[in-house]
Design a protein around this ligand. Structure first.
Ligand code: FES
Ligand SMILES: [Fe+2]
Length: 420
């Protein structure tokens, strides 16, 4: 695991490169098995809702943008009271995506997720069903699993006294059981959290005292993301980035296209032009579509393969996830706020096939370099600058124009939940 600090010129605290299966092919660990031979590509049809939104996507016309102004109070990014309310109402008692399905690639696998205030143990049982538990041993309450990379074998063994739990959280065995007379093993299972796997993401209710409503996730968001095949994709690259920014400013920096040809003028600016995007709600979440520079209105697009060549789909998941398509991969960013001015972002580059040839490896390494530049030195950087500015209290309102409309829609969704 490589850990390196960025230069002082950037505020991003650190980037941790988490080894993935793809890196086995880079010679990092030759003892691991090679992936199986590539399967025939699956044709992925866009959903009716996606096709209808795409039909309304207009051709490039820089002057034809929404003309309207919205104002957002800057205090929403700097107030501790507001942060506490968001934690209570957005990140607890509701489905929060805390991992991608590919973290649990096979039955009988598990992993620890530590970025959400409490350590969560994610498992996939023998039948392939995903579960989430508080990652706490029921013997003497120590943190059970320490692994941030996928573990296989179907058992989690506590490092302290070796109590072992299966993927359904049941206590399977303990050493010297005779010293616990009358202990009912069936009552010593791990404490479970509500969990659903949908659309290639693992959604967890981080509050075991309240029931969450997963219906939008299972009925709407899941099928939408399934059209892109996120469920079958694999993690090519994984970065864990600590950003000194309020979590909403990170969402903002990816949720408007006003900045794209400006902030990103030296990176991906030339792949895009100013244009009107199309934004639709999927429950409280947002599906935004836009065309790349080469997109032409009326192009014959029916499948995701056609779509991703010239168009981009961008999902803002409330509360804290961003999913953005690119021609050869999908970026998934899962945000976990740590404090009003600090957020951890787990970035996953999702691909159909792990790279096996030198050319493919070079392609995805180049893509990773681009994404690292974009996120840490551009989008995350401005989120940090925005956090500093918001703390100053000098500018009471963010003034948002017509090309920042999706960002305003995200805030409307958040406000509606906070006020409900
Ligand atoms: S604390 Fe886990 S086995 Fe003792
Ligand atoms: Fe950006």
């Amino acid at each position: 695991m490589a850990l390196f600090m960025l230069q002082n010129t950037y505020y991003v605290t650190s980037i941790e490169v988490i080894p993935t299966e793809a890196r086995w092919h880079h010679g990092m660990n030759r003892s691991k098995p090679m992936v199986e031979a590539a399967e025939a590509p699956v044709v992925r049809r866009l959903t009716a809702a996606q096709l209808s939104q795409l039909a309304g996507l207009e051709d490039s016309n820089p002057s034809d943008v929404f003309r309207e102004i919205d104002r957002l109070p800057t205090a929403i990014y700097a107030s501790q009271e507001r942060y506490d309310l968001e934690q209570e109402r957005l990140f607890r008692g509701r489905p929060v995506p805390i991992g991608v399905s590919a973290l649990l690639p096979t039955p009988r696998s598990h992993i620890a997720i530590d970025d959400y205030g409490t350590s969560v143990l994610l498992t996939r049982d023998e039948e392939g069903v995903v579960h989430a538990f508080f990652n706490v041993c029921t013997h003497r309450a120590i943190k059970l699993c320490q692994a941030h990379q996928t573990q296989k074998g179907g058992l989690v063994v506590c490092p302290y006294h070796a109590w072992s739990f299966d993927m359904k959280g049941r206590l399977k065995a303990l050493p010297r059981p005779e010293i616990f007379p009358g202990l009912d093993k069936s009552q010593m299972g791990l404490v479970e959290l509500e969990c659903v796997e949908a659309g290639g993401l693992i959604w967890v209710n981080l509050d075991h005292r309240r029931k969450a409503d997963f219906s939008v996730v299972t009925e709407q968001v899941g099928p939408d993301l399934d059209a892109f095949g996120l469920r079958e994709q694999k993690v090519c690259h994984h970065l864990r980035v600590e950003v000194k920014a309020n979590w909403k400013l990170i969402i903002d920096s990816f949720s408007e296209n006003y900045h794209v040809t400006r902030l990103h003028s030296k990176s991906l600016g030339n792949m895009f032009v100013d244009r009107k995007t199309s934004c639709e709600k999927v429950g409280e979440h947002l599906r935004v579509m836009s065309g790349r520079a080469e997109y032409r209105q009326g192009a014959d697009i029916a499948t995701y393969e056609d779509f991703r060549k010239t168009a981009v789909a961008h999902y803002t998941i409330v509360p804290g996830a961003l999913i953005i398509t690119s021609p050869s991969y999908i970026s998934v960013m899962l945000l976990s706020p740590q404090a009003v001015d600090r957020t951890v972002v787990n970035y996953y580059m999702m691909v159909d096939q792990l790279p096996e040839t030198a050319k493919a490896i070079a392609h995805y390494d180049k893509s990773l370099a681009l994404m690292t530049q974009l996120t840490t030195k551009e989008d995350f950087w401005v989120a940090e600058l925005g956090t500093l500015g918001a703390k100053s209290g000098v500018v009471p309102y963010m003034t948002c124009g017509g090309m920042e409309r999706e960002m305003v829609e995200f805030h409307r969704s958040v406000e509606a939940i906070l006020k409900a």
